[in-house]
Ligand binder design. Structure first.
Ligand code: SAH
Length: 259
């Protein structure tokens, strides 16, 4: 392992914190958290991981602006701290390069002439697939995996519905809770089979992880039961072997529901 510091004075390290459980943090992320003077984190990063930081913690989701801090204010916050010569970690849930507004923050740093680097993290789709005992790709089933969002800045996000409606397709749908009826409608309109499995994994890797097996036909009704962050694995059902271990789920405190 390298002994070079991962954080530098007046520079920003973008760090992916993984899906929640501290065991999913990389060694690099752990070291960066220990070295940083300031850690600016998202709402999604839990207390167990934040407790590993030695420097000042700043919640970018709150910092004086209420629950939805404008991106420009977050950019200013990061630039401001790095500008004082502090070693700054910008900590994001999952991987920082997946639905993490990384580019906006990098552009702000470049405009201010501030150095930056990226330490990737485990994205929630990978953790969700592992939780249901499935592989995100499989020979003979899907040659690719789509990572899509349920909504974007303009509202519900349009996708290549026709392509997704083909049998065997697999997609990890992030931020899909509110858009579930829209997604279901678009896919069925493009000919997707109502029996296509869709598995919802809520709070992946956290003590309150929940796996809900649904189908495209039941997706929107099933999604109403979700309360925490959830990834929808379109085209994947929980593997029977993973379901057949109730004592394991009980022991780990994981709940499994079939809808
Ligand atoms: N950068 C993150 C995604 C941020 S967008 C990543 O790589 O995972 C926020 C969305 O991520 C949530 O709405 C949810 O769809 C998903 N998400 C984040 N953490 C999750 C978790 N522990 N379990 C399930 N989904 C999660």
């Amino acid at each position: 392992m390298s002994h070079q510091p991962l954080t530098h004075n007046g520079a920003v390290t973008f760090v992916g914190a993984g899906p929640g459980c501290v065991d999913m943090l990389t060694m690099g992320a752990f070291r960066a958290l220990q070295e940083a003077d300031v850690v600016i984190h998202d709402r999604l990063v839990g207390p167990e991981i934040l407790a590993l930081a030695k420097g000042t913690l700043i919640d970018a989701g709150k910092e004086g602006f209420g629950p939805s801090t404008p991106q420009s204010a977050i950019n200013a916050l990061i630039v401001g701290h790095a500008g004082t010569g502090a070693r700054v970690v910008r900590l994001k849930g999952g991987d920082c390069g997946i639905f993490g507004r990384l580019d906006e923050e990098i552009e702000a740093l470049e405009a201010a002439g501030i150095q930056w680097s990226i330490l990737p993290g485990l994205t929630s789709a990978a953790a969700a697939a592992a939780a249901i005992g499935q592989s995100l790709t499989k020979r003979g089933r899907n040659r690719g995996l789509r990572i899509v969002t349920g909504h974007d800045m303009d509202g519900f996000a349009d996708q290549d519905w026709k392509g997704l409606a083909r049998s065997g397709e697999v997609a990890a749908i992030y931020m899909g809770k509110k858009a579930s009826r829209f997604i279901q409608g678009r896919l069925m309109m493009h000919g997707a089979d109502a029996n296509t499995p869709v598995t919802l994994v809520e709070n992946a890797t956290r003590p309150d992880q929940r796996i809900v097996a649904a189908t495209l036909g039941t997706l929107s009704d099933t999604a109403t039961c979700l309360t925490g962050p959830a990834v929808m694995l379109y085209g994947l059902a929980p593997r029977a072997a993973a379901q057949a271990l109730p004592e394991l789920h009980e022991a780990s405190g994981l709940k499994e529901v079939t809808a």
